[in-house]
Design a protein around this ligand. Structure first.
Ligand code: AKG
Ligand code: FE2
Length: 172
């Protein structure tokens, strides 16, 4: 193993990363007589640690397509949310569990990865009472920006109308 990744206690604050209190670990294997790829999904956790253990393989890239809350999990992605990651043996990737992603086909060889799904019971409890996840959901953020844009446009229109009324009144 060539790299070291600290336990993600202090990362991913906005998705519960600072209150992680349990985890679930497992190994995935791809190759001959095993899985080929993995479909588009989100993990059942707040933070995912994915360590590429080996062995020799080609393919198997991860394709990420934006972080989403439950309500927006099936929405479109924006071009800037598209990110591909190529596994490197001995290295790990750490990402939000709400990041939508999948694994492309392992084209040859045998790929083995260790997954650690880190969870926060406090974050899960809080989430039940929240409706706006614009702190981390890309689609909540987009909707919020759109609401703000419409509100600014409506205010501008109101001001212009008022200005017009005043001009008419002063000309009478
Ligand atoms: O194949 C990988 O590297 C990722 C596996 C994965 O996303 C999962 O098991 O949830
Ligand atoms: Fe996953």
């Amino acid at each position: 193993m060539t790299s070291y990744v600290p336990y993600p206690k202090c990362s991913f604050h906005e998705v519960g990363g600072s209150t992680l209190d349990s985890h679930h670990g497992f190994v995935v294997e791809y190759g001959r007589d095993r899985d080929v790829d993995l479909g588009f999904h989100v993990d059942d956790c707040e933070v995912t640690l994915n360590v590429c253990l080996g062995r020799q393989f080609s393919g198997g890239d991860l394709y990420f397509r934006g972080i989403r809350c439950d309500k927006h999990v099936n929405t479109e992605y924006q071009p800037e949310e598209s990110f591909d990651y190529s596994h490197v043996i001995g290295q790990a990737v750490l990402h939000s569990g709400r990041h939508r992603y999948g694994a492309r086909a392992t084209r040859s060889g045998h790929r083995i990865n260790l997954l650690l799904w880190c969870r926060s019971s406090a974050f899960r409890e809080l989430k039940k009472y929240q409706k706006d996840f614009s702190a981390w959901c890309g689609e909540c953020q987009r909707e919020k920006r759109e609401r703000q844009r419409l509100s600014v446009a409506a205010t501008k229109l109101q001001l212009l109308r008022r200005q017009g009324d005043n001009t008419v009144a002063s000309n009478c």
